[in-house]
Design a protein around this ligand. Structure first.
Ligand code: HGY
Ligand code: MN
Ligand code: MN
Length: 425
């Protein structure tokens, strides 16, 4: 089947999408901040829905704003083939994370439509809401709700970190954005989709390092998130003498080094680098230069291809946390945000992608995704796989994140062929 990807249009649409943001471009790249349900996000969504309507695709949105862009097949009652990703972006991120999967998916569908071939199964592009944890503290909100991985009532109570003073929650924010339905209605049944594919930048250096143009993801590492609240005693930075202090930030610092130490130890023991842990956010109260920190809220992101090993590292961190608290006279409360299982790609979908790459003369690498993606949760309701394209220097979640138009077009072409094959099954 001969398919043509309009690489120029795809690149210009990615550029256009990148401008739905309010941060000025940074010297080293196109900085994008696009937090879910902000004006930038809603404007971008309207723009995308307009492009879809121009193609005559059906568009619908669910109660959390997951957007479904469907090209109806010859047998509309058959389960559709799904693809998609996200367009929300963490603060000062790049312009390719997630967007390549959404815009590439749209271009793949347009290329198939231009080919004149019609398929048995419908093909559906998804814009999944809030893949990033920035606003509601947990990643993959839309796909968790679709797959039943997150309870709808708990989700509606998630606090809005953007308006910390207000008592905003997902429920109030989504309703202000016009998504007023019951969150329980977001859940999709098992096998709602025949198959699911996501095109995404690698967000790591392996493809570029090995000079390969494409990756086929065989599994997605298991992410977990924890919040630690360290409560000490505040006081005057001059008058409160050192022996009398219960400094929450000093305790947090020991905990952060414990997180690093135990992750490094796990990798030393396994001889691999499959355990990663990051204390990426640390809020200090009261936060004055001349006050002893009384309270710290520390957020931990820890991931591993092996969830049992991740739990062993968490146990070692917990043991240290108890010792630090005792020694320093502070309390350290741990709160679980999420602890997810890894996902395996479907052997059939990996084989389909492998064959297509072979037919197109593209050398592809089978690989693990260390970043999480909506596919991690779509895997709970349908067979999945992912297509990775290289990103320069493996850089992501930074303004200098970059993927070349050629790599984006190549990934989109493989996606289009895979959608065609699966929609004919
Ligand atoms: O953090 C992640 O893995 C994803 O980029 N949100
Ligand atoms: Mn991301
Ligand atoms: Mn992403």
């Amino acid at each position: 089947m001969q398919l043509e990807i309009d690489a120029l249009r795809l690149s210009s649409e990615l550029e256009e999408l990148a401008h739905f943001t309010h941060v000025e471009a940074s010297p080293d790249g196109t900085a994008v901040t696009r937090i879910v349900f902000t004006e930038d996000d809603l404007t971008a969504r309207t723009w995308l829905k307009g492009l879809a309507a121009q193609e005559g695709f059906d568009v619908r949105e669910d109660a959390v704003g997951n957007t479904f862009i469907r090209w109806i097949g010859l047998e509309p009652t058959l389960s559709a083939v799904g693809t998609g990703s996200h367009i929300d972006a963490i603060p000062h991120a790049g312009m390719y994370d997630g967007t390549v999967g959404v815009m590439g998916g749209l271009e793949a569908m347009r290329a198939l439509k231009r080919s004149g071939v019609r398929f048995r199964r419908s093909i559906e592009l998804l814009l999944l809401t809030s893949e990033e944890p920035t606003r509601f503290g947990i990643g993959c909100l839309g796909s968790r709700l679709i797959s039943g991985a997150l309870d709808a009532q708990r989700a509606d109570r998630l606090r809005d970190a953007l308006e910390a003073e207000s008592d905003g929650t997902l429920k109030t924010v989504r309703k202000d954005a016009g998504y007023v339905g019951e969150l329980g209605s977001v859940r999709l049944p098992q096998d709602f989709y025949h198959a699911w594919l996501e095109l995404h930048i690698e967000q790591g250096p392996l493809l570029e390092r090995e000079g390969l143009p494409l990756g086929i993801v065989t599994s997605i590492a298991a992410p977990a998130g924890y919040r630690f609240v360290i409560q000490g005693l505040g006081g005057h930075a001059g008058a409160l003498l050192m022996p009398d202090r219960r400094d929450a930030l000093c305790a947090a610092s020991e905990l952060i080094l414990s997180i690093e130490r135990h992750s490094l130890a796990a990798n030393a023991a396994s001889g691999k680098s499959d355990t990663v842990a990051t204390a990426g956010s640390c809020e200090v109260f009261p936060g004055n230069v001349n006050s002893v920190p009384s309270r710290v809220v520390l957020q931990l992101d820890i991931r591993d291809t092996d969830p049992d090993r991740r739990e062993r590292v968490m146990k070692a961190i917990r043991d240290d946390s108890a010792a630090i608290g005792g020694r320093r006279g502070v309390t350290i409360e741990e709160e679980l945000v999420n602890a997810d299982a890894p996902a395996q790609s479907s052997a059939h979908l990996v084989e389909v992608l492998d064959e297509i790459c072979g037919d197109l003369g593209i050398s592809a690498k089978k690989m693990v995704s260390r970043a999480y993606h909506d596919t991690l949760f779509m895997a709970r309701i349908t067979p999945v796989a992912m297509i990775f394209i290289p990103c320069r220097g493996g850089i992501s979640h930074r303004p200098d994140e970059y993927a070349s138009p050629e790599d984006i077009a190549r990934g989109t072409l493989v996606l289009a062929h895979a959608l065609a094959k699966l929609a004919a099954e």
